[in-house]
Design a protein around this ligand. Structure first.
Ligand code: S3P
Length: 427
């Protein structure tokens, strides 16, 4: 795909498709609930469709019409034995959360995924789930897909997260729903808490004290109505684009503003962007609102520690913003980026250096020297990673040459209407 250089600032207001994390969890909890759940604003990106597909293969009736989804839940033990292996495509969230659920079922399932998913570490969930009683077998001594999981009667555990991962936390909490006793997850650094919030919305009791989240086994969930807010991780591409492009002025409307996700807003503010946030309503327990940002003079900052889980998926686009800011930006404590859809440290460093940016990769982050105002066009590959693909597309605002993006289809994973929306804002 050829993306011509974009000279104009971003102007206008729009919303973005539904939140990916909430869409996945809505279907999963709905399948385990008694009764019907209706979901509005569901993200129809490929990852969330993988979740729907997986639950259909386990006998759950799910009707989808555009962004409206109806799930006919069958209760905690209603999943059926699948008659064939389940393909989870590119979706790490589906795989890890599903492993937590399947660990507590009385069945045997085989899971596999695409090339990228097949090299992403799964032992981060199979280790605690094995401790709870489930058994796994898979590639590379059970570390990788394809994986088979045999559910068992589970025992509660107390587990301190060795990586700051909401997926791992969620997998254990979901398994905890099936376990005898109280499962406790200790997260030294707060990660996104959509699972906890949604579990409560479905009628479960989840308690948080300090950094410990506790869930009792043998709970019952009840079907509900859910509205999914716009995905801040998708909106972030345009928020960042507008902040770095002079004279831009945009409002992203109806976006999820859960504080465990808003790191990108804080970072843009710290870099000097004029950015305002208005919480307009709550959908269930999730704050939702509008974000207004103007093109601004930006400067480099350090992004590390507790910042990281609050903006983990936004780091590629933040790195591009840093290339336009004055001074140096240092990103640390983000080794997790190496285990995403691709090694995002390597992908960002290679791509931005080919565009002419002074950028250095480190073990757990990158150092970007700013104010490379004119990037080099040419041919760039998405590494089949949606967030790298969108970063490359946004770079068309900072160049005088066309950009050819190869493997752009992966953007459908999280943001199927990305190019239409981008063209509308940057006419
Ligand atoms: C997600 C959590 C994050 C994030 C991913 C979605 C989730 O992964 O990168 O895109 O929905 O729980 P980790 O929890 O592994 O960091």
């Amino acid at each position: 795909m050829v993306i011509s250089e974009k000279k104009n600032p971003l102007v206008g207001s729009m919303t973005v498709p539904g939140d990916k994390s909430i869409s996945h969890r809505s279907v999963m909890l709905a399948a385990l609930a008694n009764g019907t759940t209706t979901i509005e604003g569901f993200l129809t990106g490929e990852d969330c469709l993988s979740t729907i597909d997986a639950f259909r293969k386990m006998g759950i009736q799910i009707n989808q019409s555009g962004t409206c989804v109806t799930v006919h839940g069958k209760g905690m033990y209603g999943l059926q034995q699948a008659i064939e292996p389940i393909n989870l495509g590119n979706s790490g969230t589906t795989t890890r959360l599903l492993l937590g659920i399947l660990a507590g079922t009385p069945h045997h399932y085989c899971l596999y995924g695409d090339e990228s998913l097949s090299v992403r570490p799964m032992d981060r969930v199979t280790i605690p789930l094995t401790e709870m009683g489930a058994t796994f077998d898979g590639n590379d001594q059970g570390r990788l897909l394809p994986l088979s999981v045999r559910g068992r009667k589970l025992q509660a555990i107390e587990y301190t997260l060795p990586v700051n991962s909401a997926q791992v936390k969620s997998a254990i909490l979901l398994a905890g729903l099936f376990a005898k006793g109280t499962t406790k997850v200790i997260e030294p650094v707060q990660t996104r808490d959509h699972t906890e919030r949604l579990l409560k919305a479905f009628g479960a009791t989840v308690n948080k004290t300090g950094d410990t989240i506790a869930i009792e086994g043998n709970q019952t969930l009840h079907g509900i109505h859910i509205e999914v807010p716009g995905d801040l991780s998708s909106a972030a591409f345009f928020l960042c684009a507008a902040a770095m492009k002079q004279d831009s002025n945009i409002t992203m409307k109806d976006i999820g503003l859960n504080p465990t996700r808003t790191g990108v807003i804080d970072v843009l503010q710290r870099m000097g962007a004029t950015i305002e946030v208005h919480v307009t309503r709550y959908i269930g327990d999730e704050p939702v609102g509008d974000i207004h940002v103007q093109g601004s003079r930006l400067h480099g900052i350090t992004i590390d520690g507790e910042d990281i889980p609050r903006l983990i998926d936004e780091l590629p686009i933040i790195a591009l913003v840093a290339s336009q800011a004055e001074g140096t930006t240092v990103i640390k404590d983000a080794e997790e980026l190496r285990y995403k859809e691709t090694d995002r440290i390597q992908a960002v460093v290679d791509t931005l250096s080919n565009m002419g940016v002074t950028i250095k990769g480190t073990k757990d982050g990158m150092v970007i020297t700013g104010q490379t105002t004119l990037l080099r066009g040419g041919e760039y590959d998405s590494y089949k990673d949606h967030r790298i693909g969108m970063m490359i597309a946004i770079a068309s605002l900072c160049t005088n040459e066309a950009i050819t993006l190869t493997n752009h289809e992966c953007i459908n994973i999280s943001y199927p209407t990305f190019f239409t929306d981008f063209n509308e804002l940057a006419q």
